[in-house]
Design a protein around this ligand. Sequence first.
Ligand code: ADP
Ligand code: MG
Length: 685
Amino acid sequence: MQDKKSSADISIRYIKGVGPKRALVFQKLGIETVSDLFYYLPRRYEDRTNLVRIKDLKPGLEQAVLGKIVKCNIFTAKTGRNILDGVIDDGTGHISAVWYNMPFLRKTLPLGAVIFAFGQVDLFKRLQMTHPSYEIVDENKKDISKIAAIFPVYSLTEDLTQRYLRNTMDTAIHAYLRGMQDPLPTEIRARKKLVDLEFAVKNIHFPQGDEHLARAYHRLVFEEFFILQAMLAIKKKKYFAQGLKHIKDEGLLEEFESLFDFKFTDEQKKCIKEIEDDMASGKAMYRLLQGDVGSGKTVVAMFAMLMSVRSGFQAVMMAPTEILARQHYVTVSKILMPLGVDVRLIVQGIDKNEREVVIETSASGTLDVLIGTHALLGEKIKFKSLGLVVIDEQHKFGVEQRKALRDKNTKAATLVMTATPIPRSLAMTFYGDMDISYLKGKPLGREPVVTYWVGREYREKVYKFVLEELASGRQAFIVYPRIKETDSSDIPSIENMFGELKNGVFKDKNVGMLHGRMVMEEKDKTMKLFKDKKIDVLVATTVVEVGIDVPNATVMIIEHADRYGLAQLHQLRGRIGRGKHTSYCILIGDPKNEISEERLESISGTSDGFEIAEKDLENRGPGEFLGSRQSGLPEIRFGNIIKDYAIMKEAREEAFNLVQADPSLADSRHAGIKACIRERFKGKA
Ligand code: ADP
Ligand code: MG
């Protein structure tokens, strides 16, 4: 159904004073329609209501004055700059308004004119405002309420002035705002005490006061989150509509647990239960399992796979690297094969016969569990009855790869695992269409990694410490931020340092190197040598952050630690502390400022990945936090997912309830929501 065209869909070229040429300029700001213009929020405001008598001006503050131009001179300074100096007198005193290199302004500032000027007041030899905002006041109209107001300040682009944009906004508000449909239903507005769209748009651009502005902003943030959450709710409903029903077997968990030589933690059992309930519900599970490195996610995933197989389906598990896939294969087959489950592996380098067998058995249905890398996504691999898709370390895969796997059977349950703890606020935004299981803590007996940070002058001592650990039979990682040397920086490259260490302090040891530009086989070979203790010291880049278990590695040195995000340091550190010996992570860095110093302190002080993630998110913002791999993130323009978390929670609840009641937004009162979703998430939802 086509919604009725709202006046908001009108191209901005039709606004009086715009036209086709100017419309192109607006396009550079992403403004094409009147509605785009309304939602183009000011970057900040100028409070010009603070009109002060000149004798009462306080230097250092932004204030407004109203007076006559009694003098206006142009001269050239020694520096060659052209200076326009206008003196304003209001009967209580005078102040200079100064403009540099704008001699043409002279025409607009005739002697005797009444001027309203706003800006920061400085006291040099005299009172002065530099480049003030100003209006010439028509002496016959004494009403200056429109001038002495709170003014919006927008981000601009070339060929667009502040003044012009403000005027256009004002014109558009008068001409079109009334006809615009408010996407927020009246009941929700009433329940949440939100102002209506008309009030919000008027006051976000031309606020009548701080209180009005705050209410307008609150409402727009709510609306933004509401639309996003409604989109997610709809997406989620779609997945759910078409699930496979797995069988819940009360005895399965006990049987499964008995296969291990340890007891499951309560947290693991809680997550297993959430997954079990989901899979048995008949709705398609779409769940994120979040747990710190070493929290024991694999066990949970294995249970899900077993449940799927026992229900007569097949399960796959995709890992980001070949070595990780192989490791999972070993773990999973050891547990599940004795139960008669047919487990197989598919990776790039697998031999031809085995590949054929995989293709055949997955199609015929005799294969129960397939583990692999993205080789799983190969076209030839078809499943007879895929029931479950498990994706490990999901942040290493792109959105496309995840989708490709899901597309092999859209009814299959999906379990995505990540060791990057994602703060709740972020999860609610970017994984808002998924359910989340939090696997907290670590199995007993695991000590946290002891973490220190030291300055570069300690490097020799650090090496000595590494040598001591090696002498007790342990192994070490040394991590560098870059592969090659550049002239411009003093940051050591892995290539240089590898040579230096191998021939220097560690000349009696086996030193290996691992970085992202090595071919896959080389990487895997090196990792294997390290695991088999043929390498004592592995000099590496951050490629090691996702890796195999090397319980004997107990030391990690991270050089230039101040260059990494907290979450990444934590992830790296997770490579050690996996065995029975105490592990040490030593961060070498010379933090350039207090913030990075604080960051290094905070990572040394806690081993709780969630706490670290919260801090990291605060420091870096969501985009950087999630990293570049996470394309397709919805853009959040008004709200701040951290500061406005409470609003987001409320918006989510309202949106999910509404979609629950009206999944296709068929109710005419919801047409505005539908239109907004379509507008904001063109092609993405
Ligand atoms: P991650 O969450 O990082 O993927 P793993 O699943 O690889 O963690 O588990 C890390 C290690 O802890 C593995 O060696 C695993 O066998 C072990 N483990 C898992 N659960 C428990 C438990 N309940 N008690 C003791 N050890 C456990
Ligand atoms: Mg894991």
